[in-house]
Design a protein around this ligand. Sequence first.
Ligand code: ZN
Length: 267
Amino acid sequence: MPNKIPEYKIFAIKYATRDARRADHFIGGDPHDGPMPMDYFTWVLVGPDRVFLVDTGFTEKVGTRRKRTFLRCPIDSLRLLDIDPDAVTDVVLTHLHYDHVGNFDKLPHARFHLQEKELAFATGRHIRYPYFAHGFEEEDIVGIVRLNFRQRLDLYDGDVELAPGLTLHFAPGHTAGLQVARVNTQRGQVVLASDSSHYYENIEANRPFIAVVDIAATLDAFRTVERLASSRRHIIPGHDPLVMRRYPAAAATLKDVVARLDVEPVA
Ligand SMILES: [Zn+2]
């Protein structure tokens, strides 16, 4: 008998939010324009032996400059789950946009897991164009390059098993090297889709988010995510406020702060 595959608990930390309109989020706008706020998350995977952080959010300084409502430092917030940031050893970076990789320097003992194509794009010829550069923070990208010189960056060329029960999957389109995480849990295979689908509606209606490097690849990534997840109820979009409504708080004191994603959604 093979050993049982480890099951992870998954926590979503909401660290920022902003008001926005439906037309801000879909290529081609939206004929039924109305409010559609955006939440910002990092995710924590707690296995029997290891803890993984997925993305590191942005700093208050960057969030304020970009007119986001900063709620709490996503790294300090690890302490809400009794996790010491100094003890974090592994961080998955789904991609290098400012809202996913800021704060990397607050995890001094972590290794970072990233797709090589993401770093290539973020240091490559297209960054001269503001449309593409806008999503990245120059200091973040330089910092990640430095981590590579210090042997703290693991770069992948496609899908990889990071640990039993945790695999990373290449799902580009929103960015050139975006990866999603598939996590084994007590309810099946949950996929942290990150910005392969910002909202449930992007993937469910096949309507890509407005920021994109390759529309066709973005649509293919929707299918990749669906294939990886045990069901549609196992897909977690990257920025949808519905996540905090569909999943229970990790504790009574953490309502609208930390949600538990390895349990069944309520709706
Ligand atoms: Zn994002």
